[in-house]
Design a protein around this ligand. Structure first.
Ligand code: 0L1
Ligand code: MG
Length: 258
């Protein structure tokens, strides 16, 4: 079991990789990590960002599709933390040079109007939701060749890098459980699917997050953004790309890569 100093040192490795835009070998190549150890590294890494003046704005779920869950051998998705500096304006531009090997995936995000504490069912979790929007998550694993084990990707905050939110819609108007989602790159279809691919229903992903936090004495706070997970495979990005997601009933979100 890694000591508190080891956890801090591992978090520093991933933090440095992010700042230097330089991939590192997966941590478990040299240090065995349990899932609990990995979440400790993740939280230590978020602590480093907060020391630099960044602050938490929400959380993300990862490995939510059946394909990714089977690939990684997990029964329950993983979670990560979202900070203010990860937010990219809709229509904004990211620099390719600020990323190691960026990929993007289409998502549904919830905005919470009140605190949410597990255990909850998906229907109960939805009562805390005040807004829904389409979203794009730019992921950028800090590991060489985007290769990792489950504890590695948890320690790396679920490969998170940036995210874009579309316009907010009030949730009572419709069910988010089976919305058509189309992601285009440079005007051509790249991926399409349904929000049902997000852990069967984005609300189920939200409840799973609250239920994983509850045993730790943690809850989701009113105002939090929750990215519920990718609905399709992630696609690679290069300088000059434009990516856009259109979600049935939710409008669109987009960004450019310079
Ligand atoms: O948001 C995600 O589902 C990403 C989780 C980590 C796996 C990956 O980097 O593909
Ligand atoms: Mg994601």
């Amino acid at each position: 079991m890694p000591s508190a100093d080891d956890v801090d040192a591992l978090a520093q490795i991933l933090d440095r990789a992010t700042l230097d835009v330089r991939p590192v070998p997966k941590l478990t190549g040299t240090t065995p990590l349990s899932l609990d150890d990995a979440y400790a590294v993740q939280r230590a890494g978020i602590g480093l960002r907060r020391l630099r003046g960044d602050d938490l704005v929400g959380m993300k779920m990862g490995l939510t599709s059946r394909a990714k869950m089977q690939q990684m051998g997990v029964q329950v998705p993983i979670y990560g933390h979202l900070t203010r500096r990860m937010i990219l304006d809709d229509g904004g531009t990211v620099q390719r040079s600020a990323h190691i090997h960026p990929r993007v995936e289409p998502e549904i995000a919830f905005l919470l109007g009140r605190d949410l504490e597990g255990p909850v069912t998906p229907a109960q979790a939805l009562l805390a939701v005040d807004g829904v929007c389409c979203a794009l998550e730019l992921i950028d694993s800090r590991y060489e060749n985007f290769q990792f084990t489950l504890p590695d990707v948890v320690a790396d905050n679920g490969s998170s890098s940036r995210f874009v939110l579309g316009s907010v819609v009030r949730p009572r108007d419709f069910d988010t459980g089976n919305l058509g989602m189309v992601m285009t790159k440079n005007g051509a279809l790249a991926e399409c699917g349904s929000s049902a691919a997000i852990y069967d229903h984005p609300a189920r992903s939200l409840a799973a997050l609250a239920n994983q936090l509850a045993p730790l004495g943690e809850r989701l706070r009113a105002g939090a953004i929750v990215m519920t997970g990718g609905a399709t495979a992630a696609i690679a990005l290069a300088a000059g790309d434009h990516v856009r997601v259109d979600v049935q009933g939710l409008g669109s979100a987009e960004f450019f890569v310079a």
